[in-house]
Design a protein around this ligand. Structure first.
Ligand code: CO
Length: 162
């Protein structure tokens, strides 16, 4: 009887430890998710960003966008960049980016409507940009686009701050 009681106590102790660990793990995962201040966007030979929507947590001081290109077409035919602007500035930024040319990574450095941008990358390349979240407003609709020749009408996504 005494032995049985001891075994029960040990089992109860193990169960308690298990529950405590699960709670702690859950909390840690929750915090890590809330403070994820970066995202990886995949591109290839299709004119798209995956994913095509980014949510930037307001708690982040800075946010990093990493861009990858896993396509096969040569850079002259299929390069990509990532340019962030307000939805209302989309057409203007697409135009100045297109005119800026490949040497300028298809970004006009004098265009104040460009909030953040990466360089132009070709197949197999990766790049990233980090920007201050404070310059973005919650509730404002933002868009991102690729300004490489002819891509901007299709290659776009949306970004919001929450
Ligand atoms: Co592109």
């Amino acid at each position: 009887m005494h032995q049985h009681h001891q075994r029960f106590n040990r089992l109860r102790h193990l169960l308690c430890a298990g529950v405590t660990s699960a709670v702690l793990l859950g909390m840690t995962a929750g915090v890590a998710q809330a403070l994820d201040c970066s995202i990886t966007l995949q591109t290839d030979d299709a004119l798209r960003f995956l994913p095509s929507h980014i949510v930037v947590p307001t708690q982040c001081k800075d946010f990093t966008v990493k861009l990858t290109h896993t396509g096969y077409l040569p850079p002259l035919a299929m390069s990509h960049n990532w340019v962030l602007t307000k939805k209302s500035d989309l057409d203007g930024v697409a135009r100045t980016g297109m005119l800026a040319g490949a040497e300028a990574h298809h970004v006009d450095q004098t265009d104040k409507r460009v909030i953040a941008h990466t360089k132009l990358i070709g197949t197999g390349e990766t790049t990233s940009v980090t920007f201050a979240v404070a310059q973005l407003k919650a509730g404002e609709p933002y868009v991102f686009l690729c300004t490489f020749a002819g891509h901007s009408p299709i290659m776009r996504g949306t970004l919001s701050v929450q």
